[in-house]
Structures are given as structure tokens and as C-alpha cells.
Design a protein around this ligand. Structure first.
Ligand code: UD1
Ligand code: CA
Length: 467
């Protein structure tokens, strides 16, 4: 009989694809939110896998989605906007039949490539360097599969790598199927693999459902590849913590701690003092300039940018805020603001979105600022509420001053000219304008505009009555 001609592959020789498995239910998270969308390090978990995939410069990226697929797809599209520069394909897995089932659904996608990296959407600590090294090992050793493994002191929950006495990788045994001897193996499967696509596809089609949920384990493909004469190699990850996966919220917190530590180390090595890294929480995209000091209890979120020589904390929350050089923020909550250089905030200030303050401004104790400009050198040092206001330069706002910006229906604006002096405990009933250099007596309720340079007093005269 004539040998059957091999089915023609559409794969370009040497082409690389990346497939991310993200269709699982994430049952152990006990959550209504899909596991891969849980935030960690200020980003949805899946972001890290996508960023890594993009960095490998593959010919295509596939994401297998299933559980809450519409939501996951929408979020992936949103989180990739503006930076992902590789074609992305969403693959729907209708039923959660296991990691092997996910790969089966992805066959039409995988067929386009000669080699594929398959990774899980729940291992956000993997670095580009490690996965790049995995691909290199795969290419150098010319096997059909190269598995990324790690040695964990407590391998609980992971598939164990069973090797022959000579060290060849024989198979992966999932924990629930492991004998006590196999369970004692400390080398684990990280869930990231580099495959030659043709033998992978042949193998996944032959996987029998197994385990308590009758799932199609991708890990079973390794044994099938070997049975067909293929070689399975392993690349052991030098930094075991990178392979940590997130199945529960306990592991989520663990991964959060690692991402935070990496971020703090990057900042410290670039010249920022972090007084106590174990009590400082910084999102991945936060930038801090040289010689700034961050005290314990500080949380820096989102797109916060902090200049040089700033003093932040203790016990301070700053989100999506830009801070110029030489600013101080103590025991305060600041969000969505732009704070210009040498401005000081706190202790115990609440600075809300739309605020622009400085340079050299002061927002003091127990003061709330919302959507207001506090100009060059102007001060709101104590116990005030300033909302929807425009305060020019060198203004002093006395303790207890309030902008009455809301009439129950609409918000109105308060405008204060340069060098004005607002006495203590003044109510500024907006809309209202206080002219340049004007003065307002303490305790006044200002309902009408105050001309430039005028002194306004709007309060009842004191009477001293005898008994
Ligand atoms: C898996 C591996 C295990 C490895 C561990 C590393 C298998 C059978 N086991 O176990 O050897 O040590 O990862 O973290 O693969 N998924 C789908 N569709 C499904 C089921 C799962 O896309 O039907 C996706 C999940 O979204 C997840 C990944 O596959 O990203 C792995 O699934 P998960 O259930 O987390 O597997 P583990 O038990 O962690
Ligand atoms: Ca997992």
C-alpha cells in the first residue's frame, strides 16, 4: 500500500502562535466575577498573560473564552486598546471540558502556526524572560513539547512532573490522581508549554476524559506525544515564584504581594526610598521620581505620577493623580487631581477629582477640595470645603470657610481673585465672585460679588446685653 500523503499544513514554517486558556469557571474563587478578570497589581489578571504574549512578537494570539465569554471578550478588548500590536483571535469553548478541551476548540487557530506557546490566564507572575527562555529551550532541544516547570517547597494543588530515573519527562500527574509517592514530587507543571503544533493536535484529539469531573486534561497530551515517538523536554524556571497560579483568593493575595514587591523593588532601585515595603502598596504603572520618600501605610493606585523629592505618607491614598516635584502629602486621600510643585497636602485632607493645586499651594488639615483650582501660593490651611471654585494666586482662605456650591438642584462656581483674604468661617454662597485683593470679615455669609480691593462684612453686629 502506498503511504498516505501527509495532510498539508497551512502553517508557515517557523511561525509562532500564543494561546491563552481563559475559559475555566474559576469555581474556587467563589465569585461572580470571572477569575481572569479579578484585579491584581491594579490590572485584571489576564492583562499580564496578554502583555507577555504580545512581547513574544508572535504571528497571532488566541484567547479561549467560555465562562462569561461576552464579558471577558469585552474586557480583553478594552484592556488591550492602544498597545497590543498582534492579531488577536477569540475562541469560544462552549462547555468547560478542561484545559485539553480548550485546546481542542482552538485547533483552527493553532493550525496556522508551526509552534505554539500555550499558557493559562491565571499565572500573572510569569516574566517575559522566562517564557522567552522556554521558547529558546524548545527550539534548541528540538523536542515536540517543552514544558515550563518549577520546584516548589509546597507543591500542593499543582500537577507533578514525573521523570524517569534518567531525568526524562514521562508525564504529568494531576494532584487528585497522584499516588502518595507522586504527590511527594516537588517539581510542578506551571501550566505553560511550548508545543510543535502538528503533534499537539494529534495528541489532544486522543485524550480521554479523566478525573472527578471527567475533564480533558491538556497535561495528558504529553504522554500521547511520547507514545507517538515524540520528545518531551522541560525548562525549569529559575525563579519558582513566577509559576504561582491563582485558583483561590488566598493565592490571589499571594500574587498581589509578589507583584507589589516587584514594583517597589523597581522603584527603590531607581532611587525612591520606601521606608517599609511590607506596608506600602503601589500599582504597576505608578511612577515616582528620585529621592522621594514613601512612608508606611501608603497606597498608590492607577496612573499616579509623583515627582522628585516628594514626601508621601504615612497612611495616604493617592489615585490617578499627578504630583510635581517637592510635594508633601501626609495622611490624606487624593484622587484624580493635578498637584503642582512644592504643594503640601494634609494631614487629613480629601482632594477630589478635578482639583488643580499649586505650585506652592497648601491644602491643610481636615479640608476637602473638589473640582477646584487653588492657585500659586494660595492656602486653604484648615477645616474648609472648597468645591467648584477658582482661586487665583496668593489667596488665604481662613479656617472653616465653605463654598456653598449646591442649591439643591445645581452646582455653582466661586471665583476668588489674586491676593484676596477670606476670614475664618466664611460662607461663600455660589455663584459668587470675590475681586482681586478683597477682604472678607470672619463669619460672613457672602451672597453677592465683592469688588476688587473691597472689605466685605456680612454678619450681624455683636450686641452685649446686660441681664
Ligand atoms: C492546571 C494544570 C496543572 C498545573 C496548573 C498550573 C491541567 C489539567 N492541569 O491545573 O498541571 O500544575 O494548571 O497552574 O491543565 N481552562 C479553560 N477551559 C476549561 C478549563 C480550564 O480554558 O474547560 C483554563 C482556565 O481558565 C485556566 C487554565 O485553563 O486558565 C487552567 O485551568 P485550571 O482549572 O486553573 O487548572 P489547574 O487545576 O490550576
Ligand atoms: Ca489554575
Amino acid at each position: 500500500m502506498k503511504p498516505q500523503p501527509k495532510a498539508k499544513s497551512s502553517a508557515k514554517p517557523g511561525s509562532l502562535g500564543v494561546l491563552i486558556l481563559a475559559a475555566g469557571e474559576g469555581t474556587r474563587m467563589e465569585s461572580n466575577v470571572p477569575k481572569v478578570l479579578h484585579p491584581v497589581g491594579g490590572r485584571p489578571m489576564l492583562f499580564y498573560g496578554l502583555r507577555l504574549a504580545n512581547a513574544l512578537k508572535p504571528a497571532g494570539i488566541g484567547v479561549v473564552i467560555g465562562h462569561q465569554a461576552d464579558l471577558v471578550q469585552k474586557e480583553v478588548e478594552a484592556m488591550c486598546k492602544g498597545w497590543l500590536n498582534r492579531p488577536i483571535t477569540f475562541i469560544r469553548q462552549k462547555h468547560p471540558t478542561g484545559s485539553g478541551g480548550a485546546v481542542l476548540e482552538a485547533i483552527p487557530f493553532l493550525k496556522k502556526f508551526q509552534t505554539a506557546v500555550v499558557a493559562c490566564g491565571d499565572t500573572p507572575l510569569l516574566t517575559f524572560e522566562t517564557v522567552y527562555a522556554l521558547v529558546n529551550t524548545h527550539r534548541e532541544q528540538k523536542g515536540q513539547v517543552t514544558l515550563l516547570t518549577a520546584r516548589l517547597a509546597t507543591p500542593k494543588g499543582y500537577g507533578r512532573v514525573v521523570r524517569s530515573p534518567l531525568g526524562e519527562v514521562l508525564r504529568i500527574v494531576e494532584e487528585n490522581e497522584a499516588t502518595p509517592k507522586e504527590a511527594a514530587i516537588t517539581e510542578i507543571n506551571s501550566g505553560t508549554y511550548c508545543f510543535e503544533v502538528a503533534p499537539l493536535l494529534e495528541a489532544v484529539k486522543g485524550i480521554e476524559p479523566q478525573g472527578p469531573k471527567k475533564e480533558i486534561y491538556l497535561t495528558a497530551a504529553l504522554e500521547l506525544v511520547r507514545q507517538k515517538g515524540g520528545r518531551v523536554n522541560a525548562h525549569v524556571c529559575g525563579n519558582a515564584e513566577e509559576s504561582l497560579g491563582v485558583n483561590t483568593r488566598v493565592q490571589l493575595a499571594h500574587v498581589e504581594r509578589v507583584l507589589n514587591r516587584r514594583c517597589l523593588e523597581r522603584l527603590m532601585l531607581s532611587g525612591v526610598t520606601i521606608v517599609d515595603p511590607s506596608h506600602t502598596y503601589v500599582d504597576a504603572d505608578v511612577e515616582i521620581g528620585q529621592d522621594s520618600i514613601v512612608l508606611p501605610g501608603t497606597i498608590l493606585k492607577g496612573k499616579t505620577q509623583i515627582g522628585r523629592s516628594c514626601h508621601i505618607g504615612p497612611f495616604t491614598y493617592i489615585e490617578d493623580t499627578a504630583l510635581g516635584n517637592g510635594c508633601e502629602v501626609r495622611n490624606s486621600y487624593v484622587a484624580g487631581a493635578r498637584i503642582l510643585e512644592k504643594t503640601t497636602i494634609g494631614p487629613y485632607a480629601h482632594v477630589r477629582p478635578g482639583t488643580v493645586a499649586g505650585p506652592r499651594a497648601r491644602i491643610g488639615n481636615f479640608t476637602e477640595i473638589k473640582a477646584a483650582r487653588i492657585g500659586f501660593g494660595s492656602k486653604v490651611p484648615h477645616l474648609s470645603y472648597i468645591g467648584d471654585a477658582d482661586i487665583a494666586e496668593d489667596v488665604n482662605v481662613g479656617a472653616g470657610t465653605i463654598t456653598c456650591n449646591y442649591d439643591g438642584v445645581e452646582k455653582h462656581k466661586t471665583v476668588i481673585g489674586a491676593k484676596a483674604f477670606i476670614g475664618s468661617n466664611v460662607n461663600l454662597v455660589a455663584p459668587v465672585k470675590v475681586g482681586r485683593g478683597a477682604k472678607i470679615g470672619a463669619g460672613s455669609t457672602i451672597t453677592e460679588d465683592v469688588p476688587e480691593g473691597a472689605l466685605a462684612i456680612a454678619r450681624a453686629r455683636q450686641e452685649n446685653k446686660s441681664k
